[in-house]
Write a protein that binds this ligand. Structure first.
Ligand code: PXP
Length: 239
């Protein structure tokens, strides 16, 4: 069975839309773990557009929540990550104007910095993952960087599946990366854009040990949670 990590950044997006405290990412983190998720993911972005510093402190402090902190290679963010000691760290690229993480890391360009960073996390016994595009060269570089895991960017295959286009070539690339990663003792994760269909397709790949899913799960939860919430409001307003 694959592990399921839930990205709860969009809970903070909704909270921030009103500058209020509701919904609270810490409460949601506890709740999703109670619902059976294996871990939660939060991305502390340089622009703090959703998760903020206090969310990181509160969530990482709660040892009942297995926390995967996504970060860029920004020095200030790296310091915060080391201070809060999450269970897992996933290093991702970050561009200021992107809507979401648009692609994998450029491992060759950032080789030295990533290698030093992973060494620091290892000293703190933090499991590190590198978010990469599904290409063989990056899997090989990831091994040289001494990372524990790689997370394959599944944005492209997810879009092809959603648009009912031929995804065979992209799936072959992912399969090849999985095989090479396993041969090199790298744990394989997958994430980005995943919905029911793409997750079902990728679940057949035995090398993938963890899925990290955010937007679709939060969207589906709104759809399925509305009925219960409306019912409750109707009961309250009857009185
Ligand atoms: N994994 C990584 C490394 C990500 O950056 C993201 C998006 O923040 C996700 C998984 C989740 O992607 P989505 O919200 O599209 O499910």
């Amino acid at each position: 069975m694959k592990r399921l990590g839930i990205n709860i950044d969009h809970v903070a997006t909704v909270r921030n839309a009103r500058g209020s405290k509701h919904p609270d990412p810490l409460n949601i983190a506890k709740y999703v773990i109670g619902c059976g998720a294996h871990s939660i993911t939060i991305h502390l972005r340089e622009d703090r557009r959703h998760i903020n510093d206090l969310d990181v402190v509160k969530i990482c402090k709660n040892k009942n929540i297995t926390t995967n902190l996504e970060i860029s290679l920004n020095d200030e963010i790296l310091k915060i990550a080391l201070k809060n000691k999450p269970n897992f760290i996933c290093i991702v690229p970050e561009k200021r104007n992107e809507v979401t993480t648009e692609g994998g890391l450029n491992l060759s360009k950032n080789f030295k910095k990533i290698k030093n960073t992973i060494a620091k996390f290892k000293k703190q016994k933090i499991r590190t993952s590198l978010f990469i595009d599904p290409n063989i060269k990056d899997v090989e570089i990831a091994k040289d960087l001494n990372t524990d895991c790689i997370e394959l960017h599944t944005g492209k295959i997810s879009e092809l599946v959603k648009n009912k286009k031929n995804y065979a070539q992209e799936l072959t690339k992912i399969k090849k990366c999985c095989k090479i990663a396993k041969k090199n003792n790298l744990e394989v994760h997958a994430g980005h854009g995943l919905d029911y269909k793409t997750t079902a397709i990728l679940s057949k790949l035995k090398e993938i040990e963890e899925f990290n899913i955010g937007h679709f799960i939060i969207g589906e939860s709104i759809v399925h949670g509305l009925k219960k919430t409306i019912k409750k409001f109707k009961e309250i307003s009857k009185k």
